[in-house]
Design a protein. Sequence first.
Length: 119
Amino acid sequence: MPANYEKVYAMPFAKVYPLLVAKAVKKGRTAAEVDAVTAWLTGYTPDAIAAAAASGVSYGDFFRGAPALNPARTLVTGTVCGVRVEAIDDPLMQDIRRLDKLVDELAKGRPMEKILRKG
């Protein structure tokens, strides 16, 4: 596993989450939509996401503790930061990058139905 993976896993979720929200809001989407894609991916409720953002939980532990990773998450493919999501070997990093990809799609104005792989 690359050394930078551990660095990402150790980052506080409270630091990453506002950046994800800001990226979406800047493009006219809402924090509730970020919560919706995060909930779809991880199984957390919006309240649990807010609690995690207010706690000291690390980004890695946020994903490790996910109540129910969505089996349809494997449908989230494409490139994030020049790396193909489906080509990432580490399952934890792959799920983290899937969330990045979902928020990217949100910011690009993709319909929520498509983002959540419903059609």
